[in-house]
Ligand binder design. Structure first.
Ligand SMILES: *Cc1c(COP(=O)(O)O)cnc(C)c1O
Length: 386
């Protein structure tokens, strides 16, 4: 396309931002610049690229695309969601404190608790759906508030603008892991957050064939620091993975629409099923976060958790499904079904899991893009075995 894609609507930006036709050939797809280094034209003069840990044109295209989709100043892409999160955490200095959603991704909890606490960083784990709990946990040493919304796997909704106000009033910044919603449904920077985190492994890439992560920032000092840490630590996204994620993002809008419409159908079906005790899906009107979600996002996503009451019931369903695949992860074209207590959240101590409500009967589905009737039939068949 001609002109600045940033002036266009979401799906146009998703396809064009950061990726004008290749200047040397006109190639519509961004080439995979599979190189480690770049030749200088003469001593002291290069084309802006010196060494591929620092700059790579394929990665730069993705970073620019992500910055545009999240309405940020800059994007930085990493080898995984966890390496993006670890880069974010280098903003903190020893002795500083973070207020964190109690129900974050299991790997994030493990990293904060088992790695970062060794470096004299401290964490308060709060129910961030309660703004008063967030405000109460803030101390003079609090530098960061870190949230996920919706959370995994309990689908709790946090008021992003409300938390941003609390963080800023105490001189802290707000980082939001936006992996579950993607920028198609939710843009935290517009709601007051300072940094957005993605595991591009999930909806952004969308095809379960790449591990990656990103930080999108809106402050120059943060963007400069993330570039500096990217260069200094080197946990960069490869050119090939950058290409895959760029390719995935081109269909993000249509994928998210379909993920959600099938997700809503399955959630509504599960609510009526006698073997299902509770259904956690923010698109259900009686979900406690429904109103906030409607206000701060344009959709409800495709992650559904539901409780079957016992390990045995969950196992029966998980072993009986045929179309759905029993696997960790989410956000891909295939529907994945999992048992958080023994899979994604196995590293969370049992007592803490019980506190969070992650029981032995809890099942989580990431609704994919297979035919929705096939998915319904698969669940019906599996639930009938219980
Ligand atoms: C998967 C995930 C991560 C970690 O990302 P990786 O790409 O697996 O390192 C972080 N946050 C959320 C919400 C996730 O789902």
């Amino acid at each position: 396309m001609k002109g600045d894609p940033r002036t266009r609507a979401f799906s146009t930006r998703a396809i064009h931002a950061g990726q004008p036709p290749d200047p040397s050939t006109g190639s519509v797809a961004v080439p995979i610049y599979q190189t480690s280094t770049y030749v200088y034209e003469e001593l002291g003069k290069h084309k802006g690229y010196e060494y591929a840990r620092v700059q790579n044109p394929t990665r730069a295209a993705l970073e620019s695309n992500l910055a545009t989709l999240e309405d940020g100043l800059a994007g930085h892409a990493f080898a995984s969601g966890m390496s993006a999160i670890s880069t974010l955490m280098t903003l903190l200095e020893a002795g500083e404190h973070t207020v964190c959603s109690r129900d974050v991704y299991g790997g994030t909890f493990r990293f904060f608790h088992q790695v970062l606490e060794r470096y004299d960083l401290s964490f308060s784990w709060v129910d961030s759906t309660r703004l008063d709990a967030v405000a109460e946990a803030m101390t003079d040493r609090t530098r960061l508030v870190y949230i996920e919304t919706p959370t995994n796997p309990m689908m709790e909704i946090t008021d992003i603008a409300g938390v941003a106000e609390i963080a800023h009033s105490r001189g802290a910044i707000l980082a939001v892991d936006n992996t579950f919603m993607s920028p198609y449904f939710q843009r935290p920077l517009e709601l007051g957050a300072d940094v957005v985190i993605h595991s591009t492994t999930k909806f952004l890439n969308g095809h379960s064939d790449s591990i990656g992560g990103a930080l999108i920032s809106k402050r120059v000092d943060h963007a400069d620091w993330f570039a500096f840490v990217q260069k200094s630590v080197g946990a960069i996204l490869s050119p090939f993975d950058s290409f895959l994620v760029l390719r995935g993002i081109k269909t993000l809008a249509v994928r998210m629409e379909q993920h959600e419409s099938s997700g809503r159908r399955l959630a509504e079906f599960l609510v009526t099923h006698p073997k299902v005790e509770t259904v956690l899906y923010p698109g259900l009107i009686d979900h406690p976060g429904y109103e906030i979600q409607r206000r701060q996002a344009t959709g409800f996503g495709a992650l559904i958790s539901f409780d079957l009451g016992s390990y045995q019931a969950a196992k029966t369903l998980l072993d009986a499904v045929e179309v759905m695949s029993l696997a960790e992860s989410l956000g891909g074209v295939e529907t994945l079904i999992s048992h958080p207590a023994s899979m994604t959240h196995a590293s969370v101590p049992a007592a803490r899991r019980a506190d969070l409500g992650i029981g032995e009967g809890l099942v989580r589905i990431s609704v994919g893009l297979e035919d929705a009737d096939d998915l319904m039939a698969d669940l019906e068949h599996g639930l009938a075995r219980i």
